[in-house]
Design a protein around this ligand. Structure first.
Ligand SMILES: [Zn+2]
Length: 254
């Protein structure tokens, strides 16, 4: 059974660490230190490094890891990551024999221009695209691209575990409640996740089922969400991409 362990980096990043037997792979090691400490403490060999996008808080630790461990470095084909040895894009599969796992690569542009996700073993590693109850900012892509990327992820099975790159959940839920104050699932999620944070535990992973029930960026077709957006804009829109873009702008300003 594949184990997925969160390693904390910086203030609120997660380096997701997949482990089996004496081997591990890491997703988005922005910092090397927590990874090196964990691998040494647990006596694990590094089998692979996976990057979702080029931002320094996701790839900044790779070079230092490679000074100690020899491992292939997977990441988006069309982004500037100078430590990549295995550039990948949608249609590619990342196989890590030591962990007996294969992950499909999905192109999910929007946050950055060639952001990718890894999906396999019932788990999705989606970096800064889909967050627990939120989504990434549009730094290099358009609202159309991000909307399409999120819809692509939403088509994965409901039981998919969603491993995102940051612990932003409580703030995201706070915003989501402004958009959908009457969503009971959202209220329940806030109660549960607040308790988790009070106990010092991660709120991630969530499931795709839960994201579809509570994440406003996946709920742009819901009448209550459209109504809130229209109030915010002071005009009537219902086109899903325009609703999405308005929620993204609303959140940026909140
Ligand atoms: Zn980022």
């Amino acid at each position: 059974m594949l184990q997925v362990v969160p390693l904390s980096a910086f203030k609120d990043n997660y380096v997701w660490t997949l482990r089996k037997g004496g081997h591990a792979a890491v997703v988005d090691p922005g910092e090397a230190r927590p990874v090196l400490e964990y691998l040494a403490r647990e006596n694990l060999a590094l089998a692979a490094i996976l990057a979702t996008h080029h931002h320094p808080d996701h790839v900044g630790g790779i070079r230092e890891l490679l000074e100690v461990h020899e491992a292939p470095v997977y990441g988006p084909r069309n982004e500037p990551i100078d430590t990549l040895t295995r550039p990948v894009s949608e249609g590619d599969t990342v196989t890590i024999p030591q962990l007996e796992v294969s992950l499909s690569v999905l192109d999910i542009p929007g946050h950055t221009r060639a952001h990718i996700a890894y999906y396999g073993a019932g788990s999705l590693f989606c970096g800064d695209t889909l967050f627990a109850c939120g989504c990434g900012r549009l730094f290099e892509g358009t609202a159309d691209q991000m909307y399409a990327s999120l819809q692509k992820l939403a088509r994965l099975p409901d039981d998919t575990k969603v491993y995102c790159g940051h612990e932003y959940t409580l703030a995201n839920i706070g915003f989501a409640r402004n958009v959908e104050p009457k969503n009971a699932a959202l209220e329940a999620r806030e109660t549960r996740d607040r308790k988790l944070r009070e106990a010092g535990k991660p709120t991630v992973p969530s499931t795709m089922r839960e994201e579809k029930a509570t994440n406003p960026f996946l709920r742009v077709g819901e009448p209550a969400v459209i109504e809130s957006v229209n109030k915010y804009l002071g005009s009537r829109v219902s086109d899903p991409v325009r609703v999405f873009a308005a929620i993204r702008e609303w959140k940026n300003r909140s």
